[in-house]
Design a protein around this ligand. Structure first.
Ligand code: NAD
Length: 513
């Protein structure tokens, strides 16, 4: 197919549900004549009525010019039947947003092939079905492409432009360009399970579910740690919002589609909640309770003493985090009239207080670090992702079981004196943020290795599709001393601890070791 310009093309949106209505709105606001069809009688007309209220709301809020709403609405035409009366022969683009079933989508596109002209592009908004599989059986499979929007369509900037095995690159390019014209940020993706966002995001939920399974911490603690790292919502509150039924179904579909690769194995914690009908917000109870009498989840209250007088305090390590620790330790010791020493050549990052050590996690448990160092008084702390850490940043830590009672108290006292809000965790490898982010990077690295997307595409997709504070490759670049080695170290420590395929290191990362 030669270069196609879809800017003026009449658009047919199939399915007038949540996504179809949003797609019709965006297309109409961009000036396209839009036909909207749904098999359920009256659904398209009802959707148009809802869009009328939406557009009026936008005008009232000053987000849409008063004279733009009526023409946009007038461009949307509900059609009652898919036959000659619908006038769809001249359609330039079909965007399908019907029920998420392969048989239904295949049948629909086959039917459409007989109704639209030869230049018409066929796009599917599927979130989990192979674009290659949907195209199978079409007379012209090369004109079918994925155009994966995110909910709510008018607000979410990302569009994954998904190419199946037979998709013509010119077709993908035309959809890419059109998405831009519609004010979106398109990212090319290859048709693989979960495409970009739903695949790379799996560890955000999976690592928290794994920590819950082994009773390392309560949901509100895990949520607080990841929110402190810049994520807009913690994984537990996010799963409650998405719905555990939906989240579990996506996890299952990615797991099955990857031939039951243990990397994607779903969690018993979530299955139990789904089986029990604890779907989250929509059912009134998930990890948290909802409703007016529901208790607000509270973090454990802790009052930390001031650090005891020490003879020697040394900040270990190189890089931004060690610098921030040095600045904080200098401030903490100023009242006593002295400051910390600095050991930039050290093999670890953190703080030495006389014989005791507060060590930035490298993926090993506090027990393992303590044994390897031959020091009983060891605590490990999680990776503060935001540099320099803001005062009061929630941060997980764990104390080695062989540590003295005094260091149990003092390790938290020092973290508090350094400006953190320390949250105790069971001695889990990689704590919360380091292990979650290392796994997000690892999954993104595999996606790039397999040609699903570019590193830039993955970063854009995660920031725009799920509002991550940074992209996985940006985290990798900012990991500090060691870069890829540091991330690999965390993964290898997790792999050694749990022994399985889940934490195997992506060859893409190994090549950068
Ligand atoms: P929905 O249930 O709100 O809407 C689907 C609509 O399609 C319904 O109105 C239904 O009557 C209609 N329909 C079913 N079969 C049809 C057919 N053969 N022809 C015409 N209309 C038909 O669903 P949704 O949430 O809008 O999802 C639609 C598609 O978008 C699915 O493929 C879904 O995976 C994908 N998607 C959903 C989201 C989301 O967050 N909801 C995000 C991205 C992609």
């Amino acid at each position: 197919m030669t270069k196609t310009d879809l800017r003026q093309a009449p658009v047919l949106v199939m399915g007038a549900g949540i996504m179809g209505a949003g797609i019709a709105q965006v297309a109409a606001q961009a000036g396209h004549p839009v036909k909207l069809y749904d098999t359920r009688e009256g659904a398209a007309t009802e959707a148009k009525a809802r869009l009328s209220a939406t557009l009026d709301g936008l005008v009232a809020k000053g987000k849409l010019a008063a004279d733009a709403a009526a023409p946009a609405l007038a461009r949307i035409e509900p059609v009652g039947a898919l036959d000659a009366s619908a006038g769809i022969a001249g359609i330039g683009l079909v965007v399908e947003a019907i029920v998420e079933r392969l048989d239904a989508k295949r049948a629909l596109f086959k039917q459409l092939e007989g109704l639209v002209g030869p230049a018409c592009i066929l796009a599917t908004n599927t979130s989990s079905i192979s674009v290659t599989a949907i195209a199978n059986g079409l007379a012209r499979p090369e004109r079918l492409v994925g155009m994966h929007f995110f909910n709510p369509v008018p607000l979410m900037k990302l569009v994954e432009v998904v190419s199946g095995l037979q998709t013509d690159p010119a077709v993908a390019e035309a959809i890419f360009e059109l998405s831009r014209v519609w004010g979106k940020t398109p990212v090319h993706a290859k048709s693989t399970p979960g495409f970009i966002v739903n695949r790379i995001a799996r560890p955000y939920y999976a690592e928290t579910l794994a920590l819950l399974l082994e009773q390392a911490a309560e949901p509100q603690v895990l949520d607080a740690c990841l929110k402190a790292a810049g994520f807009r919502m913690g994984p537990c509150e996010l799963m409650d919002l998405i719905g555990h039924d939906t989240n579990f179904a996506v996890t299952m579909s990615v797991y099955e589609a990857n031939f039951f690769d243990k990397r994607f194995v779903p969690s018993l914690v979530q299955r139990e909640m789904v089986d029990g009908g604890l779907f989250g917000r929509k059912s009134g109870r998930g990890f948290y309770r909802y409703g007016k009498d529901a208790p607000a989840p509270a973090l454990p209250v802790a009052v930390h003493e001031a650090p005891a007088t020490a003879h020697e305090v040394t900040v270990h390590g190189e890089g931004a985090l060690a610098d921030a620790l040095e600045a904080a330790a200098t401030k903490a010791l100023a009242a006593q009239g002295w400051g910390p020493a600095r050991d930039r050549e050290s093999a670890w990052t953190g703080l030495r207080v006389d014989g005791a050590r507060l060590v930035l996690t490298d993926g090993r448990t506090a027990q393992q670090v303590s044994r390897a160092m031959g020091v009983a008084d060891v605590a490990v702390f999680d990776r503060p992702l935001v540099q320099p850490p803001l005062p009061g940043t929630a941060l997980a830590y764990a104390v080695a079981p062989q540590a003295s009672p005094a260091w149990r108290v003092q390790s938290a006292a020092w973290l508090a004196a350094l400006g953190f809000a320390p949250l105790p965790l069971a001695d889990a490898p990689g704590l919360v943020v380091a292990r979650t982010v290392a796994m997000l990077i690892n999954e993104a690295a595999d996606a790039v290795l397999q040609g699903v997307c570019t590193p830039e595409g993955a970063d854009a997709a995660m920031k725009l599709g799920v509002n991550y504070p940074a992209g996985p490759f940006e985290w990798l670049a900012g990991w500090g001393a060691g870069g890829a080695r540091g991330v690999i170290g965390v993964l290898e420590a997790l792999d050694a601890h749990y022994r399985g395929e889940r934490y195997r290191v992506s060859p893409w990362l190994r090549r950068r070791d």
